[in-house]
Design a protein around this ligand. Structure first.
Ligand SMILES: [Zn+2]
Length: 428
């Protein structure tokens, strides 16, 4: 790779970015063709050499999460001796899978994250407290750590812990920035508002911060009530090993052109128009251990290809609006748990909560939201009115004890709370 943190392709003219991506894509496809058992025979050298634009990729096969789970060992394209790390996916849908990394891929991951953090405005002057898991086979935690050290920032690997624990660390080290899940940031802000600190910004993962028009969502608004932080959203997954991160404009996460190719596809696998909703489908570049071709993430979002006001010419990926697997058809209307969550986040007494997606006796989708006993009948009535206004249909609300909700949230040693329980198919 000829790129470094001081020489990035983001500001190149669009045609040059396209040429760069085409060259890297062909190199990646040649590598996959020669080394991957899973993709063997699924495309030819002639097809690779016939590529002249990124959109020519559309004739190649897509890879699903099911393929990766079912044929997991067939994706390994290096010898076991060359593997330096195994990570696992968080298993939010389907079976958890193992992803192997080579030494070069670990370096690629560090470079990717340093690029992402740099777009988010992090510099070598920052002292950063990481509040996410760094163990249990979790790739993202390591990526933040490596990316920050690559950037030259000072890191405090605090990991998961209570707000009280993190506040002690904040008082002791005086960090300038955080890496955190937004809902945790809200909790931490309530505790951190009682003392003076130097924290000015946060890289946010796992939950979106914006609505589809890029305005702040309820979670973002709630965080702003607790503390004055420059919040930047980053989106990535273990399989893509590449991040899309917001610049100062906060109009979607920028694509890193030397590391990934992004397609937004409809249910038939055709590319949707710019700014239209579809499935995020990615081809990571420069991955040698377990390369993936046109990997279907199951996440729904929009791509914006117009140049950004920050000066970058790279496309941007809008907030994740839902997961394909969690789409619910309620009385003929398609809704996503994220829309329900955004409404719930505006009710302080509706936390913690569980969203159950079930099949009713007629095989139709049904949604039940479990709320804590602290949520009064009056709150529930108002909540129902707001949910109906937002979704156009009414889910069922019920109350449970906080301890029961907490028990279900962290079932099976989960490293993040599982707020959505989907029992509509056997895999979940
Ligand atoms: Zn930008």
């Amino acid at each position: 790779m000829n790129f470094s943190l001081t020489n990035v392709p983001d500001f190149l003219p669009l045609a040059e970015i396209e040429n760069l991506q085409v060259a890297l894509l062909k190199k990646q496809l040649r590598y996959i063709q020669a080394n991957s058992r899973f993709y063997k025979g699924k495309f030819s050298i002639g097809e690779i050499e016939g590529i002249s634009t990124v959109s020519d990729l559309s004739s190649f096969i897509r890879t699903s999460k099911k393929d990766l789970a079912e044929f997991n060992p067939d994706f390994l394209s290096i010898s076991q001796r060359e593997v330096v790390e195994y990570v696992t996916t968080s298993g939010t849908t389907g079976k958890p899978v193992t992803i192997a990394l080579s030494k070069a891929n670990l370096k690629r991951l560090a470079y990717n994250e340093a690029r992402s953090l740099s777009i988010a405005g992090f510099t070598a002057d920052d002292i950063v407290q990481i509040t996410t898991t760094l163990d249990k086979g979790f790739m993202a935690g390591m990526a933040y750590y490596m990316g920050l050290t690559e950037l030259g920032a000072a890191v405090l690997r605090a990991g998961q812990g209570s707000p009280e624990f993190h506040c002690e660390m904040i008082k002791q080290i005086q960090p300038t920035a955080l890496v955190a899940v937004p809902s945790f940031l809200q909790k931490l802000g309530l505790s951190a508002s009682s003392f003076t600190h130097q924290i000015k910004k946060a890289l946010c993962i796992g939950e979106p911060l914006r609505n589809k028009d890029f305005s702040d969502n309820q979670l973002s608004i709630n965080i702003a009530k607790c503390w004055d932080l420059d919040l930047r959203s980053t989106y990535a997954s273990t399989e893509m090993a590449t991040a899309f991160t917001e610049c100062s404009e906060k109009k979607g996460g920028h694509l890193l052109p030397e590391l990934i190719i992004l397609e937004i596809l409809d249910e038939h696998g055709n590319e949707v128009a710019d700014g239209e909703l579809g499935e995020v489908t990615v081809t990571p570049l420069g991955v040698e251990a377990m390369p993936l071709l046109r990997f279907r993430t199951g996440d729904l979002a929009r791509k914006y290809s117009s140049p950004c006001a920050c000066g970058r010419n790279t496309p941007r990926l809008g907030p994740i609006e839902g997961r394909l697997a969690q789409m619910i058809k309620l009385k003929g209307t398609a809704i996503f748990p994220g829309q329900i969550e955004d409404v719930l986040h505006s009710f302080p007494t509706a936390n913690p909560y569980l969203i159950r997606l079930e099949s009713d006796d007629n095989g139709m989708d049904a949604v039940t939201i479990e709320l804590p006993e602290t949520c009064t009948h009056q709150d529930m009535d108002t909540l129902l009115v707001n949910l109906q206004a937002r979704l156009r249909v009414k889910p069922t609300l019920k109350r449970s004890s906080i301890s029961e909700i907490q028990r279900i949230l962290f079932r099976g040693e989960s490293r993040k709370p599982k707020k959505i329980i989907d029992t509509r198919n056997a895999e979940n």
